[in-house]
Design a protein around this ligand. Structure first.
Ligand SMILES: Cc1ncc(COP(=O)(O)O)c(C=O)c1O
Length: 391
């Protein structure tokens, strides 16, 4: 055991030296975007609960009622005994929202990608990923045993060159991308990627973790433009704007039937708790009934980008790239002193040299609070050299 602990200590020491060690800080969520940390009440700008639905009275009531009726756990894999009656309602709502035949819900977004991708691709297949695709898309792709290539971020011409060069040597090909990039907030060029996929008989899969609920009247990034993009595999999570937990795939009936019988993270994992499923149903009903509310997080993000002079936000996520990890940590501390919680995002979550503050905006952030935050960011962070922020 000595060698094991010595290994862990050496790894941790190396991470400490490069300011890349992560630690958990107890943070209690209070009302809406407010949190309690280190005994202080702080306004969080780093939470993905974009519509604040995790605390919405009807979402909470739905979770409590389902828990009372069916218990706190699913009790087994959905294929064994865990397929409680609420699942069908949730999957129907998701399919309707996304305009597909059917949907399949997973335990989380990470589990969804780790299960879906290896069910559809294997050895001899080609997986073409945006270089900034989320970690779980990479995980799922590597699990296939196929050829994994990455194209430069949002560079469809580069993707086309890679595909043209490699497609003939592979049986099937998939193109995989976030539809809203989780650390950058920008959108993938879905129409162009869909056309590229069709030209090369490749299957396009999008991860709409940060699009559902907040773009396209709540229907997500595929529905954000004047016409829906042709995306046969629409994956996403219930853990951000939907306010709870869980992942999903919306697709055609044969694809969903195949996933339900092949995806290992679906077959060999316990179903979501009934309360979580009921909460997601209630959240989706609220979003469908109130598209104007769904538009608020992007409007709030745009207020911030206008005030600080950054490019207009395309989603509720706004990055401020500061360079090295110590600079981002110092900027985060500076905002914390003023009562704003904005985490520093460091490699390997983002590429080396692009450590950043990642601001996220929710429906219940007031314009007044955003204005105060923007003034501080503009005057104390953007107005200074990285070196002075670090001091
Ligand atoms: C783009 C993207 N995909 C997938 C996930 C994983 O989803 P989950 O938290 O539901 O596992 C996340 C976030 O955590 C994400 O940002």
């Amino acid at each position: 055991m000595d060698s094991l602990d010595a290994f862990a200590r050496a790894k941790l020491a190396a991470l400490d030296r490069s300011n890349l060690r992560r630690s958990l800080v107890e943070t209690a969520r209070l009302d809406g975007p407010w949190v309690q940390r280190d005994g202080r009440r702080m306004l969080s700008f780093c939470c993905n609960d974009y519509l604040n639905l995790s605390i919405h009275p009807s979402v909470v009531a739905a979770a409590l009622e389902a828990t009372r009726q069916y218990g706190v756990g699913a009790g087994g894999s959905r294929l064994v005994t865990g397929n409680h009656p609420l699942y069908a309602a949730l999957e129907q709502r998701l399919a309707r929202l996304k305009g597909t035949d059917d949907a399949c819900v997973f335990g989380s977004g990470y589990l969804a990608n780790a299960g879906i991708i290896p069910s559809l691709a294997g050895k001899g297949d080609l997986l073409l990923l945006d270089e900034l695709a989320h970690a779980c898309i990479w995980t799922g792709s590597h699990l296939t045993g196929g050829t994994v290539l990455s194209f430069r971020h949002n560079d469809v011409a580069h993707a086309e060159r890679l595909l043209a060069g490699a497609r003939a040597g592979h049986r099937h090909a998939m193109i995989l991308t976030d539809s809203v990039f989780s650390m950058d907030g920008d959108l993938a060029p879905l129409h162009e990627l869909a056309a590229l996929a069709e030209r090369h008989d490749a299957w396009l899969m999008t991860d709409d973790a940060h699009g559902i609920g907040v773009l396209g009247d709540g229907r997500g990034a595929v529905h954000a433009g004047d016409r829906p993009a042709r995306v046969p595999l629409q994956m996403g999570t219930l853990s951000k704007a939907i306010g709870g937990y869980g992942g999903y795939l919306c697709a055609s009936r044969p694809v969903i039937d195949l996933i339900r019988t092949r995806a290992r993270t679906f077959i060999y994992a316990t179903g979501l708790p009934p309360g979580t499923v009921a909460a997601a149903i209630a959240a989706l009903d609220l979003i469908a009934a109130q598209p104007a509310y769904a538009a608020l997080p992007v409007r709030k993000a745009r207020l911030f980008t206008t005030l600080v002079g950054l490019p207009e936000a395309a989603s509720p996520i706004v990055p401020l790239i500061l360079g090295e990890a110590p600079t981002a940590l110092a900027a985060s501390r500076l905002l914390a002193e003023a009562g704003f919680l904005v985490s520093a995002i460091r490699p390997p979550t983002v590429p080396a040299g692009t450590a950043r503050l990642r601001f996220t905006f929710t429906a219940r952030h007031t314009d007044e609070a955003i204005t105060r935050l923007a003034e501080l960011v503009r005057d104390r962070i953007m107005g200074r050299s990285a070196r002075r922020v670090h001091q």
